[in-house]
Write a protein that binds this ligand. Structure first.
Ligand code: PAF
Length: 281
């Protein structure tokens, strides 16, 4: 496995692989890898001849009062894990390599970027789209891997890929959970063991809301999820609602229904979601 710092070098190595007729899979990450990320790397390994994992803590997607400086970073640990999964290239560029100081372009997906996470974190999805567009242009993969844990990010990026015609297949891996139901996230590193137990309230809320949503009672689902979150010690709910999984607007007849929750637990703001199996009446 090779660690690559520059755009020029990654382009050369990917071009070499293409000459050998290898397909290319890209797993974009911000590091602090956990089993959720590694599940994407394993899948990418099965499906591609060359597996590239990017590790880049993207400053554009952090608001001024967010945790950019505190965001967990462990490149040595991450590269050990990636070597164990058989990744070929780790692209770990410096900030200036990806976002030169005179950068003048921002990629914005209208509409679904502006609700829920987008409304609470202004500019967040612009930052995500801008860096992912750049990574797709640099690596030019056949497949790019994201996690369903960040459901709104997946919907926004899917729209960007479709609208801008990126020639890439987006592969979305399922949420990986701890045995107690807590969705794996790099931000779980901020939690004490007591807070980790408290944070299981997010998944419990989703499970409690699911039968209501499955029966078409979306207001009931939201109320039930908020009730579960509010009754948990040390959990401050932000939102709990049912949306259409693709548009992030209200659930649509025949569409996929997604329950989404966000809450603060100790120092971390956590999100989770659950796709609802709709009852056939
Ligand atoms: O999901 C993440 O880790 C980040 O938002 C991503 C997609 C790597 C872009 O920085």
């Amino acid at each position: 496995m090779k660690i690559v710092r520059t755009t020029a070098e990654i382009r050369v190595l990917v071009a070499d692989a293409r000459r050998k007729n290898l397909s290319v899979g890209l797993v974009p990450t911000m590091g602090a890898l956990h089993d959720g990320h590694l599940s994407h790397v394993r899948r990418a390994r099965e499906e591609n001849g060359l597996v590239v994992v990017s590790i880049f803590v993207n400053p554009l997607q952090f608001g001024p009062s967010e945790d950019l400086d505190a965001y967990p970073r462990d490149e040595a640990g991450d590269t050990r894990l990636l070597a164990g999964e058989g990744a070929d290239l780790v692209f770990a560029p410096a900030t200036e390599e990806v976002h030169p100081h005179d950068r003048a372009t921002t990629v914005t997906v209208g509409g679904l970027s502006e609700v829920l996470e987008g409304a609470r974190r202004p500019g967040h999805f612009d930052g995500v789209c801008t860096v992912v567009a750049k990574l797709l242009n640099i690596v030019a993969p056949d497949r790019v891997y994201f996690g369903q844990k960040d459901a709104q990010q997946v919907a926004v990026l899917g729209r960007m890929v479709q609208d801008l015609g990126f020639p890439v297949e987006m592969v979305v891996g399922p949420i990986v959970r701890e045995s107690n139901g807590l969705a794996m996230s790099s931000r779980n590193a901020y939690l004490s063991s007591e807070e980790r137990k408290r944070a299981t309230a997010l998944f419990k809320a989703l499970q409690a809301g699911s039968p209501f949503a499955a029966a078409g009672d979306f207001a009931g689902a939201s109320n039930e999820m908020l009730r579960v979150l509010r009754s948990a010690t040390g959990v401050e709910p932000d939102y709990a609602t049912a949306v259409d999984a693709d548009s992030f607007g209200p659930p649509e007849p025949g569409g996929r229904i997604l329950l989404v929750v966000a809450a603060r637990v100790g120092p971390a703001r956590l999100i989770d979601n659950l796709l609802v199996e709709v009852e056939n009446t």
